[in-house]
Design a protein around this ligand. Structure first.
Ligand SMILES: [Mg+2]
Length: 144
């Protein structure tokens, strides 16, 4: 009799970071905190995502999105940043690419800004502190 182990494709879940063709999703991380960027990057890399770029503020983020476009599958975007906040950054990126898939990263207690971002076209949001499982769930939901 064959055991499940003889059919690895039945048991083995495809890593969240790969599209149905097996190609890594390309992510741009925009956040002024090096710690948060590193955290997101580690979570995503461990699931096979490709970190296409990182930016430390909104202005740099918009520039990177445009330079890497097309080819960014997903953006994680911090709400609170110097120079240009996350909601304004979102509006610029959506104006450039209405199909952009952007997930907001927010501190607790910023519900109004999160709501504003969703109305402006953000696909989802994640509240800090970042939980690995929650991050992967939310991003995967947006990609599928
Ligand atoms: Mg911040």
């Amino acid at each position: 009799m064959k055991a499940n182990a003889d059919f690895p494709t039945l048991n083995k879940k495809r890593p969240d970071g790969l599209n149905p063709a097996g190609i890594p999703y390309r992510v741009l991380i925009i956040d002024d905190s090096i710690f948060i960027r590193k955290q997101i990057s580690q979570i995503l890399s461990s699931e096979g995502f490709e970190i296409a770029g990182e930016a430390g503020d909104g202005i740099e983020g918009i520039e990177k999105y445009k330079n890497l476009s097309p080819g960014i599958d997903l953006v994680t975007l911090d709400i609170t940043m110097p120079r240009m906040d996350g909601v304004t950054t979102l509006e610029h990126i959506i104006r450039f690419d209405p199909e952009a898939k952007i997930v907001m990263i927010s501190a607790l207690g910023k519900q109004d800004l999160v709501k504003q971002a969703i109305l402006a076209g953000a696909r989802n949001y994640i509240i800090k502190p970042l939980d690995r499982k929650k991050v992967l769930e939310r991003l995967t939901a947006v990609l599928n």
